[in-house]
Design a protein around this ligand. Sequence first.
Ligand code: ING
Length: 319
Amino acid sequence: MGTVVSKKKMGLAVAQMGAVNLADSRAVVVARLVEMLKEAASRQAELVVFPELALTTFFPRYWMSEEEAIERFFEKTMPNKDVEPLFEAARKHQIGFYLGYAEITEDGRRFNTSILVNKSGKIIGKYRKVHLPGHSDHKIEAPFQHLEKKYFEVGDQGFGVWDLDGVRTGMCLCNDRRWPETYRVMSLQSAELVVLGYNTPSENIHWNEPVHLRTTTHEIVLQASAYQNGIWVAAAGKCGYEDGYHMIGSSMIVAPSGEIVARATGEDDEVIFTNIDLTLGQGFREHVFNFEKHRRPEHYKLIVERKGAGEPLDIGVND
Ligand code: ING
């Protein structure tokens, strides 16, 4: 797939969502997504990125049985009657989209999933979240739960890259964006663009972390990863107060230089747009981050061989 960039420019939109509350029906939520897709199309976007778990509230914050979660929050098929209006609007306006949702398979496996849909409304890629944060036990004292390890299985397909209407596009979800391996595996597949959705609570239930750090670390990981892999990164948040529980906004589009070129300013439904120049990444990938020329995998073995940190390697003292 190492072919040189085929397209030069691409209209890219990120559709940040404000809160989805427990009482909000999928029909109401999908209508909001359709409105933002139309706005993205009116600004000549060819692709619009929606958030993680875009169809429902961030339900991993609540303790419930798996059966109840499945009944209320999982999609048994994709597309389905609830999301069909979004697929129809995409076909009508000739615009592709990324959508995050909770997937349950026919054999009952549950994943935090995203799809890539092309301009003809065809699903061309599916991704299942690999890095599941949080816990699976009921933390009675915590102000809210973060039960992704209870409700979802670890993704079984790894990280992929797809040709989305001429652009080599990878995708991931939320916590994945904090792990450098995520982007490196996709840029080693010649990705030019990585798109992702997130739902990031402002408050940390594990230790008393200053709240501004949620946004700071969000910026750092997106900017560093775009630069270190010579790729464009687009991140769509679902944010604001969902039934009183706050999540950060700062949806953004980051250039291969690491510069933030577009950023949401509020915490409601908001479309941001950039006409991205895909040749910008080429310079970084051909020079400072020319993997073929500069990487030394023979010295990176620990990254794959070890899961947790272990003893230092005894590399001795070079005399
Ligand atoms: N949410 C958060 C995220 O990674 C989190 C969880 C926040 C983990 C901050 C660590 C630090 O953005 C999801 N849904 O992954």
